[in-house]
Ligand binder design. Structure first.
Ligand code: MN
Length: 207
């Protein structure tokens, strides 16, 4: 049972406009793990959505980036697991290297598995990914609240959708992908990161 389900009766009995008793938040309790969203200006600009699972960062490439509007379903294509240390990576991958281009830490924070009962079970996130249905609560700087990752196609055409859950953090008017473009790690723009981290070589002078 999720926390909001557990608190349903408590909330139904009270008018929080009249009583100063707390409404209570919907955040599930521990344990915490990290998540990071890299903005990656590679051949095509995209966002890499990564969540810590069993010591690695499970990763999906999200071409349009995440939305705060529950009606927006964003395509998410699974990519290879990345090391946990990659969460702090910001810089420019040289030309001719895999993923060449500039990488920004667009958002970062912690997340919890929204299936609170499952949190007590080891491997619950791994199972959720395997089952193709992940629901997590993000505590980032830009993104907060519930998100679902749902697999819609399997095997070689594997595709997922990243969708905001309809909770009190949902906001159809926000559009952080366009209005909050800077790094949460260094405050830099993509252009500033590119300028400061592109290796100086004869070949790259023109860029
Ligand atoms: Mn990428």
């Amino acid at each position: 049972m999720t926390k909001s389900e557990s608190l349903k009766k408590y909330r139904e009995k009270r008018d929080f406009n009249r009583s100063s008793e707390p409404f209570g938040d919907d955040k599930p309790s521990k344990p915490k793990a990290i998540f990071v969203i890299h903005k990656h200006d590679a051949r095509n600009l995209h966002y890499d959505f990564r969540i810590e699972v069993k010591g690695v960062l499970k990763s999906w490439a999200v071409p349009k980036g995440p939305s705060t509007d529950p009606r927006e379903k964003r395509l998410a294509l699974p990519t290879e697991d990345h090391p946990l240390e990659y969460a702090d990576f910001e810089g420019t991958i040289p030309e001719d290297e895999y993923g060449a281009g500039t990488v920004m830490v667009w958002d970062a924070g912690t997340y919890r598995n929204l299936k609170t009962d499952a949190n007590k079970k080891k491997g619950a996130m791994t199972q959720a990914i395997k089952a193709g249905h992940v629901t997590i609560w993000l505590e980032g700087k830009k993104l907060k609240g519930g998100y679902a990752l749902i697999r819609t196609e399997q095997d070689k055409n594997e595709r997922w959708l990243l969708v905001k859950t309809d909770d009190d953090k949902a906001d159809a008017r926000r559009n952080p992908v366009s209005t909050e473009p800077k790094s949460v790690l260094t405050g830099r723009t993509l252009a500033e990161i590119r300028k400061e981290t592109t290796p100086k070589s004869k070949d790259s002078e023109s860029r």
